[in-house]
Write a protein that binds this ligand. Sequence first.
Ligand SMILES: NC(=O)c1ccc[n+]([C@@H]2O[C@H](COP(=O)([O-])OP(=O)(O)OC[C@H]3O[C@@H](n4cnc5c(N)ncnc54)[C@H](OP(=O)(O)O)[C@@H]3O)[C@@H](O)[C@H]2O)c1
Length: 277
Amino acid sequence: MVRKESKHSILILGASGFLGGAIYKELCSYFRTFGTYNTSNKSFEKNSHFFQYNMEEDDIYEILDIVKPTIIISALRGDFSKQILLHQHLAEYVFTNKIRLIFLSSANVFDAYVKYPSYEQDKTYSNSIYGHFKIKIENMLLRLPKKQIAILRLPMVFGSQSPRVQEIVQLVKAKEPIEIFPNLIMNVNTYSKITQQIHYIINRNKSGIFHLGSHDLVHHDDFIKEIVESFQLEETAIYKRVYTTNNDRYLAVLPKLNKLPKHLQLVSQDILSELKI
Ligand SMILES: NC(=O)c1ccc[n+]([C@@H]2O[C@H](COP(=O)([O-])OP(=O)(O)OC[C@H]3O[C@@H](n4cnc5c(N)ncnc54)[C@H](OP(=O)(O)O)[C@@H]3O)[C@@H](O)[C@H]2O)c1
């Protein structure tokens, strides 16, 4: 029997998305869990735990006033300047109401460091617009009391229902090329593990910066080819090699200080094994 813990009310911003949706499914049996969606959708409209919210037009305070969350999880995409403004409002609300915010960030906050993988305490450094935008929000949140924030830096996220894996399968079926980056060395994660990692962070009141990636590193091209093989599609797959630099380039977030327990850690092979099931 599933027991609802009344301890927390959780608001997931972007609960209609890939990761927000997976996080909602993981948490909704244990906590009072609410979510936002942006694109109109009949099943969300009928669900009293879902609120339609467009950051370009709507005021987040209305939803915050109704839900009165003790934890907000930010899993949004969309216009960068609107997201920055929203997170300024969220930071004020979190501080005033002494609640917690979990922010899904990205390995791209380190995308200008090409020679090494990155650890939690490393200074962020990016040369992409996306990386700069994530750094801006991280820095805003890092000014809040440490206990109130969790910044989760994620590498590429895979898993059978992930948009990345579904796109690979569709491209093979359509006989179109899959882009692979032979110089890119990265770590990886899967949504089924990320949702468990977030559940643990909530249950144990963990805070700070987390690097939620596999403990091993993979070459992007090898890993994508292994995904293709796990679906036994290797005979028909066509690849397009994309070289962004002449040398190997790292995009990997490894944990050193803020490690999760063993059962919540993963290696890249776990993701491939899960796809074969
Ligand atoms: N997926 C990855 O591999 C990965 C890797 C690293 C970091 N991340 C981070 O994880 C977070 C979630 O990523 P995801 O892949 O799950 O994204 P996603 O599937 O594209 O979901 C994005 C969510 O944002 C909502 N949204 C879009 N425009 C909006 C707007 N104008 N106003 C309000 N909500 C809006 C979408 O709502 P509708 O769908 O209803 O329009 C959806 O719920 C992002 O912050 C991303 O940077 C993801």
